[in-house]
Ligand binder design. Structure first.
Ligand SMILES: [Fe+2]
Length: 137
């Protein structure tokens, strides 16, 4: 089964964001589990809705923090968020209409994106915040 193993290598050391990342990873894992259990469209659809909604909430939090610390790469980071939201929203629409299924490829994309985004892109702002002594309390 495709799963993201949550551990300290995901930490950006901002409490609110680490908690949200853990929850986001949890939703992706719940979706993977439901898929491997062969759950039906209703159950999968609900988890996909939760993923879309929570992703938006989380990105809003992150972007608020990045604005607060005047992160120079904010626009680029926002564009990456917007691109992911677009992709998952498009998938959600297709899934709801019965045009798209939750495949291994889709699941791999979700896992890879979340894992790589946190470990690469989010770690970059964490580094910036550390280097500039801007850790939000
Ligand atoms: Fe991010």
């Amino acid at each position: 089964m495709i799963l993201i193993r949550w551990d300290e290598s995901f930490f950006v050391n901002i409490d609110e964001i680490d908690k949200q990342h853990e929850k986001l990873v949890g939703i992706v894992n719940t979706l993977a589990e439901a898929m491997s259990e062969g759950q039906g469209k209703t159950v999968l659809g609900k988890i996909i809705d939760e993923l879309v909604d929570y992703t938006k909430i989380h990105f809003r939090t992150e972007e608020r923090v990045l604005k607060l610390v005047d992160y120079p790469e904010l626009e680029k980071h926002q564009a990456e968020h917007a691109d992911f939201v677009q992709k998952v929203t498009d998938f959600q629409k297709g899934f709801d209409r019965g045009q798209l299924g939750l495949t291994v490829e889709v699941m791999n994309f979700l896992c890879d994106w979340v894992r790589n985004h946190i470990k690469k892109n989010d770690k970059q702002y964490a580094l910036y915040i550390d280097e500039h002594g801007l850790r939000p309390s």
